[in-house]
Design a protein around this ligand. Sequence first.
Ligand code: DAH
Length: 371
Amino acid sequence: MEYSVSKLTGHSAAELERAAAECVRACADEATAVRSDSELKAFRDRWVGRKNGILTQINDLWLKGAPKDAKREAGIRVNELKTRIQGLVEGAHVAGDDPGSTAAERVDISLPGVRRPIGAEHPVIKTMHEMVAVFQKLGYSVADGPVVETDYYNFEALNFPPNHPARDTQDTLFIAGQQEKPQRERLLLRTHTSPVQIRTMEKMRPPIRIVIPGTVHRNDPPDASHSPMFHQIEGLAVDTNITFGDLKGTLDHAMKEFFGSSVKTSFRPSFFPFTEPSAEMFVSCFICGGSGRRGADPCRPCKQTGWIEILGCGMVDPNVFEGVKHNGYDPKRVSGFPFGMGADRIALLKYGVDDLQLFFQGDVRFLQQWA
Ligand code: DAH
């Protein structure tokens, strides 16, 4: 028989207790008998419905109807009972469903699934992959090294002696608390990918041909063309009889592969501590075709010169080989050329982006353009 709220005769504690126990048992039984969503709704309405639910009736009959001196006791018991009934009603579910899952939480398998958009290669990473691929086709293999580097690899082994003014051009970020160590062991964030030249020559005997993509850091405040974190692509070829002609031929070919066969290259003297001689390589502007003008307007990327500076290069300085001589790099026997370029700058030019910060802000609306 269906439970209905009994009228109490005396409102004694014992009578209230018995009535409450009977009520809880009935509610629990009804909760386990729920077989469908509509039954669940009816069950809820019947027990906790505001207008004439069982809890409302109990409130009226057992509490409001209690004589004055029994009110306090009745209040405590009715409140306890309410908490238990509400717990049972909340926990009720259609038999066979996961306990605790309400109709609203259950899965409608006829709905389309959640779509997780597939990411795309970031334009800087894409540029690095493309440039690396150009050198891989020439037989270069990929090398890498740590971003937290020692003073030795980042500077000393690359022929930047302690206190050499060329160190000042690198705006180095140092790791704190290193003063106790000898200078060459002190840690810093590598300012260029060039230390990987040394690390690789220590591990591999000549001949080598390596390309090194990587992250570097400098103490540069962020603006449209600077970032404290950026990317470089380095390269190094060492063998017997490598000449400056090999350097020019290799890099000219690589630039034609990367930017298109119509670009020209131009080498101009420069200085780097680890190369002798040193050069900067320019590529004819692939935006204006080298004319310096775009229709009636000046070409901004090449500053109207028709040429864009792309990389630094040179012949390995004999002092650099001295440090790895024990591994087959005798400067009298081998020669080689390294080169290094900024991947972010190349990506800016290639994709016509005018603010470097856009690459690192992670705004999906910007990055989606390459998806
Ligand atoms: N490491 C240099 C820099 O970050 C770039 C560079 C110049 C790398 C000449 C080279 C090189 O390998 O030969 O400023």
